[in-house]
Design a protein around this ligand. Structure first.
Ligand SMILES: Cc1cc2nc3c(=O)[nH]c(=O)nc-3n(C[C@H](O)[C@H](O)[C@H](O)COP(=O)(O)O)c2cc1C
Length: 365
């Protein structure tokens, strides 16, 4: 199928997107001390023909870094690094949002600045290992349970990070409520065993994420605020649970009341199946009036089909953007896509980062 709607502009009250192709957030782990360097500036500038770029997940606090060499947005040096990225993308007519994350229990003190202990809603350890300095893999640690005041401080860190992102020129932010990081650890009864206002009922488990969203909306505006969710994905050692669908219904209802710009659904694909049933997508469409982005295993043809059915407004592509900096132009010309090398997804250095060639020139905005 020829991509048609996928390449049409999308205009919102505050954003003019050149097309409906979103570059999905991808952690590429090339930052030194959390600061994106010149290669990151080049990497994003090369991909500026995406209708919207969403950055790597970026840490909101020194104790929420998670993986080695991920960028942050909690100090001035990091902000200055990001400003160069934003300016380069804007100079090429692109738009860019920052994905904000606190990794919670999916981290290690050795990866956190100042070896800060890993924190989470409750002291529930995740299975698995994580890479730490020296190319060693260690078991994920037992996290420290946040106090109520500690939870509020983490909410505040997200809000402050959103303010910083806007200060350096980002077009908006995406709160990472997906993939088993801190906000989803609060949502999920397996990782949230709390008895305070942030634990127990669906409303209480949702409170951490919703207070972040309310605070970010108040600080930077609803039209600059998005969220990523991964219902039914069950990664980072989160099992299925009984109230899962009801939890997301509650959450999406609250997000509609907040009138945020978008919900970005991340479908993790296994055996050709999406983690998100189509019926759920249809329900979200009815429940939420603003933009819906969907990510997970899409081609131009499958994205076009979703747009034609009016199930979503934008489609995000991850791996295809790694090896095809000119992905939008390749879609336009129905060109073959290069295959990325998974061995360089997360390793440092420029190889597999900024050396994938474009075959088409960027169309200027
Ligand atoms: C190298 C790599 C890093 C990723 N890092 C993130 C991330 O930082 N935040 C996030 O929400 N998703 C992350 N993802 C998931 C992608 O955003 C996307 O949802 C996923 O790759 C599925 O889309 P695709 O099939 O088009 O690649 C990552 C994926 C890859 C391949």
């Amino acid at each position: 199928m020829q991509a048609k709607k996928l390449l049409l502009p999308l205009v919102t009250k505050t954003l003019n997107l050149n097309n409906r192709v979103v570059m999905a957030p991808m952690s590429r782990r090339r930052a030194v001390n959390g600061v994106p360097g010149p290669s990151t500036v080049q990497y994003f500038a090369q991909r500026a023909s995406a209708g919207l770029i969403i950055t790597d997940n970026t840490a909101v606090a020194a104790n929420g870094i998670g993986y080695l060499q991920v960028p942050g947005i909690y100090n001035e040096e990091q902000k200055a690094g990001w400003k160069k990225v934003v300016d380069a993308v804007h100079a090429k007519g692109g738009k860019i949002f920052m994905q904000l994350v606190h990794a919670g229990r999916i981290g290690h003190p050795l990866n956190n600045e100042g070896n800060a202990p890993v924190v989470a809603p409750s002291a529930v350890q995740a299975e698995g290992v994580i890479r730490v300095p020296g190319d060693v893999h260690l078991p994920l640690p037992v996290p420290e349970a946040l106090t109520t005041a500690g939870a509020k401080a983490m909410i505040e860190a997200h809000i402050q990070a959103a303010i910083s992102a806007i200060e350096v020129g980002f077009d908006g932010v995406e709160i990472h409520g997906a993939h088993g990081f801190l906000p989803e650890q609060f949502l999920h009864p397996h990782t949230n065993r709390r008895t305070d206002e942030y634990g127990g009922s669906i409303a209480n488990r949702s409170r951490f994420l919703l207070e972040i969203m309310e605070g970010v909306v108040a600080a930077i505006g609803k039209e600059r605020t998005g969220i990523r969710l991964s219902p039914f994905a069950h990664i980072n050692d989160l099992p299925p649970y009984e109230e899962e669908a009801a939890t997301y219904t509650y959450l999406i209802d609250a997000l509609q009341k907040l009138d945020i710009l978008y919900i970005h659904l991340s479908a993790l694909i296994t055996n050709g199946q999406s983690s998100i049933p189509n019926s759920f997508l249809e329900d979200v469409r009815k429940q939420f009036n603003n933009l819906i982005i969907l990510a997970g295993g899409h081609t131009a043809a499958s994205a076009e089909a979703l747009l034609q059915q009016d199930l979503v407004d934008l489609v995000a592509f991850g791996k295809p953007f790694i090896a095809n900096p000119d992905l939008v132009e390749r879609f336009r010309h129905n060109a073959e896509l290069a295959i990325p090398n998974a061995e360089t997804f997360y390793q440092g250095g420029d190889s597999g980062y900024i050396d994938y060639p474009a075959i088409y020139q960027l169309q200027s905005a």
